[in-house]
Design a protein around this ligand. Sequence first.
Ligand code: MTE
Length: 325
Amino acid sequence: MLLRVRKGWELPDSAATDETVFHQRRQLIKSMGLGSVLLAGGGSALPALAAAGGDPSAALYPVKRNEKYKLDRDLTEEKYATTYNNFYEFGSHKKIWAAAQELVVRPWTVKIDGAVEKELTVDIDTLLKQMPLEERLYRHRCVEAWSMSVPWSGFPFKALVDFAKPLGSAKFIQMETLADKKTMPGLKQFWYPWPYLEGLSIEEATNDLAFLATGLYGKPMPKQNGAPMRLAVPWKYGFKSIKSIVRFTFTEKRPVSFWEKIQGKEYGFWANVNPKVDHPRWSQATEQVLGKPGRVPTLLYNGYGEHVAHLYKDMAKSEGDRLFR
Ligand code: MTE
């Protein structure tokens, strides 16, 4: 990543997302008596709400927390997680949250294709109704050596894999972000290989930890964080956690991701967090926690080794340090 050393976590409070907007919207939904209609997935009210700028999934949140995933540190304050972002489609700096409000999140469809029993396109709200939504507290470690700890809402990636019914030949899943020139000014930077692509092996995607996040802090996913659905793979550097996904392609061939195409020596396919394997241009030994002073040590697999280390055991010899960048 083209790192800019900016102390974005020192943003003034005035730059934070205005919570009242969320509360007013929830109030509106309640006063219209639409909560239960939305929960039941009643279709007729949805376009009207979407046109009014509402999010038809709002009534689904908050969802029940899965207590299996514990944090060893404080939750990051919402104002930091929602105003210090990487989303290159809206600009190659951290303050894209305002620009990202242009992202149109309804209607939103997700295509599932490649090595699956039947290729299909599904509407996000239809998908959300079928997936087992829960909340998980996860750490997130960016390759740029900053981190946060946040409550994602969403569902296990494995539920989507089951829904997609992959063929036995599928070994990897490639994911793709929306690329809309009308709303995403970053796409004018033609030297980037848009659309943003990422990939996981099937074993990684079906690991318990791999999560498709559709909400944050008990509300629908903010646009700047990757609405309406983004990946959360907390044992890997943050660039693997692709935002605003429109397509999942099951494939035999290992995908080449966005950052790997740009600079494969610095940003590889596996990108597992390891404090002992430095980025070619900076140390990965410690990290700056958003909103906190000083730095804390970075942990192997970002502290999630018990869940995922076994996935890479047989690869350690052949892949070496490439497992960690
Ligand atoms: N997904 C897309 N489509 N575009 C991006 O620029 N940036 C990645 C990842 N997903 C990125 C993306 C990087 S580098 C990080 S660290 C995380 O998103 C940041 O997520 P956050 O803004 O929610 O903290």
